[in-house]
Design a protein around this ligand. Structure first.
Ligand SMILES: Cc1cc2nc3c(=O)[nH]c(=O)nc-3n(C[C@H](O)[C@H](O)[C@H](O)COP(=O)(O)O)c2cc1C
Length: 162
């Protein structure tokens, strides 16, 4: 099998935690979606982040990505993110606008505090109709923080990727 890529966006580190476990279990390369303007990762400032995220959502913003991600070099790409306001952070739209996933396999995963995947896996398929989107893994924040290696292992096995 060709090498896979794990791409993730994370502010508080929980989606990052999942991404690292997936990369370790599959031998995939790992890369972060880095925003040009960083988000405040201090959890005491949650209200400000919530307000900013809501503004971005309501204005259909496309926050810029600082780094180039070599999506073209991979056939299978895991894409991970937190739920923000019942969908994915708007920077994920920037990401899906920017890269061509035709003929590629996308495997989504996300962290949340109750919303599950919030329909985002379907949104990804709509944004990337020429990609194959496999069953994703939503994980509650605390489990992701703890690093639920077993749940990730089980999911990868079910997908036939382990
Ligand atoms: C701005 C903001 C909005 C959020 N909105 C939701 C939501 O709509 N549904 C939900 O289940 N969790 C929501 N959460 C909780 C996050 O999904 C959760 O904290 C996640 O684990 C953060 O991922 P990260 O550590 O990778 O940044 C929100 C968190 C933030 C900061």
């Amino acid at each position: 099998m060709s090498k896979s890529l794990v791409v993730y966006f994370s502010v508080y580190g929980t989606a990052k935690n999942m991404a690292e476990i997936i990369a370790k279990q599959t031998g995939a390369d790992l890369v972060e979606i880095e925003p040009l303007v960083p988000y405040d990762s201090n959890r005491d400032h949650y209200n400000q982040l919530a307000k900013l995220a809501k503004q971005e959502h309501d204005s259909n913003a496309r926050p810029a990505i600082k780094n180039e991600i070599s999506v073209q070099d991979y056939d299978t790409i895991f894409v991970g993110y937190p739920m923000w306001w019942y969908t994915f952070p708007m920077i994920l739209y920037t990401f899906f606008d920017k890269y061509d996933f035709s003929g590629k396999t996308i495997i989504p995963f996300n962290t949340h505090m109750g919303s599950g995947d919030g329909g985002t896996y379907r949104t990804i398929q709509q944004l990337e109709p020429k990609a194959r989107v496999l069953d994703g893994l939503p994980m509650e924040m605390r489990s992701a923080e703890r690093g639920d290696v077993k749940a990730i292992s089980k999911w990868l096995e079910k997908l036939g990727l382990k």
